[in-house]
Design a protein around this ligand. Structure first.
Ligand code: PLP
Length: 382
């Protein structure tokens, strides 16, 4: 094992995926919104308590559906962290909306709720919290602020399936929330996602926009006798084969989450000495957050050279990776967005972060090797 490369990610499959796909094949159910999609929708609604769960073909598509649904005008603004995936901003930029980047908290790397109010202008329409690593943003203060200023809240819960904040599922707290089922997430369908619609007044339009701007979903339920073009929309739904794959994952969501949390917890314990030595900082999870073991990262001490630590770990066959390049420092981020205030925490912590392999099936021995290699790499670059 010692000379075998430990991959950063390895998709976990339950074993039932092909069985459910064969079932679709057998019944000739290939287009979207068939029985497996309905099952997934039911799971989303029961599990998260959202008013409507809608599968999309990616987390990106879920965010785009959110942006279409909320109907903002060009020049409107949404407040979000810069430390996130491009899709968080892209979905709004495609509508002509300006992302306004605010700094993150040093403990969770989530949008710093204390900095939001000062970034609000007469054009602000929404706050877009991203629950990094499945650890919730301070949703209590974010929702209070949004209500006070009449803003929408779009949760980017791409990392957040099965994670909770004060007992509530991530993605079910704001007006809408987006999940991703990309291969690198906890629950997967290759590419895939879902929009959780929590505001009851938005559910029927969300269905319409997702189905090419038509009331086809109502037609299928027998509520109208023909379906027609109702408003501007797109085709954002996955086919049944993807939904069938996803259903196998959702059935085992508890099991998958438990196993990821065990791995996370083991890293946390194994890395205590390195933290005590002042070499790394482990993740901090606030008391009101139940995370889902989506990611384990460490923040290197400022004096350490991340490039060299990464290179040394890879040389020892341990695949460790950095994460987001802050959007405000990217060409498109500079062109389409603007920053509010200094993004000092974003700039400094994003350059010190390393993610460790975390996937169902990673063995305790592999974790010990990873921590030993990291410890050596950190020592040799100090
Ligand atoms: C993965 C991810 C997305 C996009 O999801 P896809 O399913 O890959 O389109 C959006 N936001 C964040 C924070 C993500 O990590």
């Amino acid at each position: 094992m010692t000379d075998k490369r430990i991959p950063f990610n390895w998709p976990y499959m339950t074993g039932k995926e092909l069985h459910y796909i064969a079932d679709c094949h057998h019944h000739g159910q290939l287009a979207g919104d068939g029985p497996y999609t309905q099952r997934c929708h039911g799971w989303l609604e029961q599990h998260t308590g959202c008013a409507k769960g809608l599968l999309t073909h990616s987390g990106t598509a879920a965010l785009e559906l959110a942006a279409l649904l909320l109907d903002f005008a060009p020049g409107d603004e949404v407040i979000m962290p810069s430390y996130t995936f491009v899709s968080t901003a892209n979905a709004f930029v495609l509508r002509g909306v300006v992302p306004v980047f605010v700094d993150i908290r040093a403990d969770t790397l989530n949008l710093d709720e204390r900095l939001i109010e000062a970034a609000i202008t007469p054009r602000t329409r929404a706050i877009v919290p991203v629950h990094y690593a499945g650890v919730a943003c301070d949703m209590h203060n974010i929702m209070t602020l949004a209500q006070r200023h009449g803003l929408k809240v779009v949760e980017d819960a791409a990392h957040g399936a099965m994670a909770r904040y004060r007992g509530r599922s991530l993605g079910s707290i704001g007006d809408v929330g987006a999940y991703s089922f990309h291969e690198t997430k906890n629950l997967i369908s290759g590419e895939g996602g879902a929009l959780l619609v929590n505001d009851q007044t938005l559910t029927s339009r969300a269905e319409i926009i997702r189905e090419k701007g038509t009331d086809r979903s109502r037609f299928f339920r027998g509520e109208v006798d023909k379906y027609t073009w109702q408003e501007a929309g797109s085709s954002l739904l996955p086919g049944e084969l993807i939904a069938a794959f996803l259903w196998a994952q959702l059935e085992e969501a508890e099991h998958i989450t438990r196993r990821r949390l065990e791995i996370w917890q083991r890293y946390y314990q194994l890395l205590a000495p390195l933290e005590q030595a002042g070499m790394v900082r482990r993740p901090i999870v606030p008391a009101d957050c139940d995370h889902n073991g989506h990611m384990f990262y460490v923040l290197l001490a400022p004096a350490l050279d991340r490039q060299r630590v990464l290179a040394e770990c890879r040389r020892q066959n341990v695949s460790v990776v950095f994460h987001y390049v802050p959007l405000h420092s990217s060409p498109a981020g500079r062109h389409y967005g603007r920053t509010h205030g200094e993004l000092t925490v974003t700039d400094t912590l994003s350059e010190r972060l390393i993610r460790l392999p975390l996937w169902v099936g990673l063995s305790p021995a592999q974790q010990e090797k990873i921590v030993a290699v990291l410890t050596m790499a950190v020592g040799s670059t100090n």
